[in-house]
Write a protein that binds this ligand. Structure first.
Ligand code: ADP
Length: 463
């Protein structure tokens, strides 16, 4: 079965709780009324029975006529207690007060009663007490009674008032509850309307946060925080797509222009060759860029997987540095590599770590003018493995430092594509380091050099 809407459920709960409360209240009131009436009447009844007992005992030898006389006197003195009937030992009625005549009390002596009870004779409810009263020659069965018709009627009236008032009250309360539930849920409705109106192109919109510090305020704040994250993600993707298309447009335009110029007139074989070589160079750069873009896109959706294994980092740094040394030599850079005497191991993806090293070494060489120096140092002692790549290059300005790990960010925007890359190397490097549970930090001073520091957990610590 489909669950009821929250507003109806709230009302139903409210109605059930109130109905139970009111029902219990009515039952308690009625029980208290009965108890109060019985207590008052029972005291009178017991007092009356004690008085009869005294009268009978006063003179046990008197004649029945004398007893009648004394009892009549007593009955007249207490006009409220006029219902009295006495049976002799033989079961014959020896006395019946005048008021008792109208009642349909049986002629035979009733059962003795320790406690007063209420019985109905015809239309007359009586509270009665039947007890044995011993006299000198015989035992009497005395029935003293008080009419409780008025009390019963009053209680019945209260009862019927309650049974009419309670359903009316419940109906009223349920309608009120439904209205209150509607009002309480109105912020949710406005949040739904606001959230519904938010379009992919307008993620800056937010839902209204209610003033009261409650769950609804929490819900609105959570929704707004989620919208903030979505907006940031959406903007990042939009920027990434725009930057990527911009980066790809440049080589395509270059190749096209070169081909058009080449075709304008017949060329010598040498000219064709050099144009094709230049185009090939450009195409290589572009396919590198495409490969980097694909890697980042796959990393974003978690599709890029690394294959972790034990990696001898000392060996990896040595081999990579040997490959990169030729780059430094071409620029006449002072090149130094410091490795620890014992092999340092990390748990990682060898290919990815090689790529990270190449990015950092390539940058150090690229951004250090001729005759500068580039140093690589690996430290394996202590809790973490530390790899430092320092250069005496152009450095990075304070305002650029926080952004250099962003995609497509280049500290010097005017730098040509020939010297600088697309601004993706450090983003990829940082992603690799994060995947290895490490950190990548930088310290740099403009015009005096930079130090990039990679910290990775020791393989031994991960086991
Ligand atoms: P790029 O391909 O442009 O080098 P990176 O992501 O590797 O992209 O680096 C981002 C930017 O950080 C670079 O454009 C450069 O401005 C700055 N940068 C990185 N490494 C160095 C360095 N060793 N010295 C000076 N600037 C650096």
């Amino acid at each position: 079965m489909k669950p009821l809407p929250i507003r109806a459920r709230l009302t139903l709960w409210y109605f059930s709780i109130l109905a139970t409360g009111l029902l219990a209240f009515a039952l308690i009131i009625l029980a208290a009324l009965h108890h109060a009436v019985h207590r008052t009447v029972d005291i009178q009844l017991r007092d009356h029975m004690a008085a009869i007992r005294r009268i009978v005992r006063e003179d046990s030898n008197r004649t029945l006529t004398a007893l009648h006389h004394d009892l009549n006197e007593d009955v007249e003195l207490a006009p409220d207690l006029t219902l009295l009937q006495i049976w002799g030992q033989d079961g014959q009625i020896v006395y019946r007060s005048a008021a008792m005549n109208g009642m349909q009390v049986p002629d035979s002596p009733p059962q003795l009663l320790d406690h007063p009870v209420t019985r109905k004779y015809g239309h007359h409810p009586l509270r009665e007490l039947v007890q044995k009263v011993p006299a000198s020659q015989t035992d009497y069965t005395v029935m003293a009674a008080i009419p409780v018709h008025d009390f019963v009627e009053a209680i019945e009236q209260v009862e019927s008032t309650l049974w009419i008032a309670i359903p009316l009250l419940l109906l009223l309360a349920a309608a009120g509850g439904y209205w209150v539930a509607g009002r309480a849920l109105s912020p949710v409705r406005s949040m739904i309307t606001a959230a519904d109106a938010i379009q992919p192109g307008d993620l800056a919109a937010r839902v209204v946060v209610p003033m009261a510090e409650d769950e609804l305020q929490q819900l609105a704040l959570t929704l707004n925080r989620m919208l903030g994250r979505l907006q940031a993600g959406f903007e990042r993707i939009t920027r990434f797509t725009a930057d990527a298309s911009h980066e790809l447009r440049t080589p395509v335009a270059l190749l096209r222009t070169r081909a058009e110029v080449l075709l304008r007139r017949p060329r010598s074989a040498e000219e064709y060759r050099s144009a094709i070589e230049a185009s090939l160079d450009e195409l290589e750069k572009t396919s590198c860029l495409l490969e980097e873009l694909m890697l980042l896109a796959r990393a974003d959706v978690g599709a890029e997987t690394l294959h972790f294994a034990d990696v001898n980092l000392t060996e990896l740094v040595r081999a990579t540095a040997a490959v990169a040394e030729s780059l430094a030599e071409a620029k006449h850079l002072h090149w130094s590599v410091t490795l620890p005497p014992q092999p340092v191991h990390v748990h990682g993806d060898e290919g990815a770590l090689r790529r990270l090293l190449l990015v950092l070494i390539d940058n150090a060489v690229k951004y250090t003018p001729e005759c500068g120096s580039v140093q690589l140092a690996l430290h394996g002692s202590g809790a973490a493995v530390k790899l430092e790549i320092s250069d005496t290059g152009i450095g990075i300005g304070e305002e650029d430092l926080p952004h250099i790990f962003e995609r497509f960010y280049r500290a010097d925007q005017a730098r040509t594509r020939a010297t600088g890359g697309a601004g993706l190397g450090l983003s990829i490097g940082q992603w690799i380091v994060q995947k290895h549970g490490g950190t990548l930090t930088v310290e740099s001073t403009l015009a005096s050099g930079s130090v990039f520091c990679v910290t990775l957990p020791h393989a031994a610590l991960l086991r």
